[in-house]
Design a protein around this ligand. Sequence first.
Ligand code: HEM
Length: 501
Amino acid sequence: MTQGMFELPLYAYAFVCFLALFCLWRWKRNPLNAINTAGGPSVPLLSYIGALRFQRHSHEMMLEGYRKYGRSVFKVAMPDQWLVCLNGPELIDQVRKAPESVMSSSEGLLFLTQLTHYLPLETFKDPYHSAVIRERLNRRLDDVLPSMMDELRIVCDELLPPKQGDPVALPGRKVILDIVARAVSRTFVGLPYCRKTSYLDAAVTFTLDVIKSRFILTLFPEIMKGFVARFIARGPANNIRRMAGLIGPLVRERIDLMEQHAKDGSELPDDMLQWLLEEGSKRNDLTVEMAATRLQLLNFAALHTSSSSLVHALFHILADPDLVPTLREEARAALEAHGWTRGALEKMPKMDSFLKESQRLNGINVLGMSRRAMQDIVLADGTFIPAGTLCVVPSYPPHHDEETYDGADDFKPFRFLDSKEAGSTRQQFVNTSDEFMAFGRGKHACPGRFFAAMELKVILSYLLMNYDMELQDKSTGRPANVHFGITILPSPSAVVVFKKR
Ligand code: HEM
């Protein structure tokens, strides 16, 4: 009986042999074979060892590659494709100067997240939501700040203890995400939507839906991904549809207001949704679906990035209570002199250096730049990259490079103030360089970083001025980060005790 199970017809064996030979032939012909592999084997099937490791240890694999192959090119395995890592000033320069037609940033981000399967082609062929940040949001930061402050006071009174008395213990990551979501949404959609639970839930869960469906899609070969995205891993598509249902009435109201404005110049709202609609109208792209899609892309870019960064920083403060008086005193002096303005934030160099150091050591993920090769490319060092390859410039290894950062694995909050170049704009949190790529680099460096830096400084200063905070469990120091794929998350289980001052 047992023997019979293995008596397959001859053609089945022939088919298996043919398949194995075909895979070997394809592998032999793959130009990426010429590139060194870090963190695991490179041969077919065994490369899945590296891909498995990537799920929890991508940072270590990249450090291994960086240390072994120097500032050159290496690749690491993801479950569905190779991630080609470009390092060193010459290659970074080539990536940041390459036009979209050669190395595309929007396609890079969308292929990395697999959002290509959920979004209409136009959203990444014409990513005007990024232009809206550069041309509208970044010019209105002074105007945006008062309403952000207003929302911050209200949400903190709702979630944290409103008066002196009993302390309240809350999961740190969740409460900071709730605060960030409210403060950002006030700028993105204004009142009353920024306070609607259903809107906030859709805005926040989009990122989680993308991460979940991305994980599922990577388990399937390229040829099946479209089908899986359509019929199995439908999270992001359902979420965008839900968002369209929620903001539909608001978008239609805004379109009416825009028609009225065209007739009599009447006032228009001043928020991200409005700017998106105005850009959309110039392009004949004025629909509820378009607004929901682009808004969710911006929520994806803005919410978890800022809140993770804030929690990473907060956990450093809570693990080192000596930091509190220094940062609090600096904030008090600046706020007393300038009120809650951008002028005050500019007078907080210690806070600026502290946030930059937290971002250097933790960051939101291990990557600085993500690009997709749109055509065959020969890199400056002669490496051949075939069209369609996902290329990245990792940020984790240069951020942990002892040659650049003395005691690179240590947290030194005022490192950027103590450096030789202290006081220069190069040392500022929002400034990007080959050594600091938490916001990317070059013309596609995060356009939202000025808004993000303002938001982080305002929220952290507000918390320091109004609350005493400590970790519920002080026995283990700073709660350990969690690595998942390329993402670096602050501990999900750490509980923070808040007391009104
Ligand atoms: C601390 C918070 C943030 C971090 C660490 C961060 C980091 C990044 C990184 C690493 C990139 C990729 C750059 C590249 O590939 O060259 C990026 C792109 C982007 N970010 Fe941010 N970001 C943050 C907050 C924000 C916010 C608040 C917004 C919106 C207001 C935003 C909007 C964008 C957009 C639209 C892009 C794509 C830019 C392009 O392709 O031209 N980000 N961000």
